[in-house]
Ligand binder design. Sequence first.
Ligand code: CA
Length: 240
Amino acid sequence: MSGRAKNILVVEDEPKILEGLRDALEFQGFEVQIATRGDEALSIALTQHPDLILLDIMLPKLSGLDVCENLRRSGIKAPIIFLTAKGGESDRIQGLELGADDYITKPFSIKELIARINAHLRRRELDALEAMTDGRKDTVFHVHQLTVDFAARSCWLSGEVLHLSEKEFLILKILLENIGRVVDRETLLREVWGYQNIDLETRTVDVTIGKLRQKIENDPVSPQIIKTKRGKGYIIEGTM
Ligand code: CA
């Protein structure tokens, strides 16, 4: 995933579990905040807006169920995953009814927990993106992890806003309008830079595409979105 590290609030009153979770999540590149009481969890979540909350149910002061209900009532939309004890079926059902997104039963596999966290974070990003671009579907294009909205002149990578220069955005637009076809450097120089007398030795196009790739490609060295056709130009493969 691109952009800033995701922030996860872990709420658990069992020190060993809390430590284990913190280490595992930090190792995965998440920023971790912790709380050991329900009231503490509530105030952190309301003021710090974590991207996701791992919430134990049996907690001092305020139960996880109360925390969840309170957060949803306060309009907090971050995914909530309950950490529940084995056999706590009624807690789990109540948790889901109160607005939790998922639960995982202790003892759990860290691998599975991480997979679920990533799935919920990704879904949340896509929901947010959809809400943002709703009603302008005809101007929105998706290529790999990239979403481009021509009308809003905006661009997202895996749901994170990208800041493109005017020229970078224009190049992307022209390549997308010609999706599946190679666009030569001459055309790009004319359309993007307005060059009339074209010096084909110029590296301007390649340099700008290089910068664009740094922003939109997971691996700019072997680009998946904008591909080079040697001696011909550039292409975004696919169909409209
Ligand atoms: Ca507990």
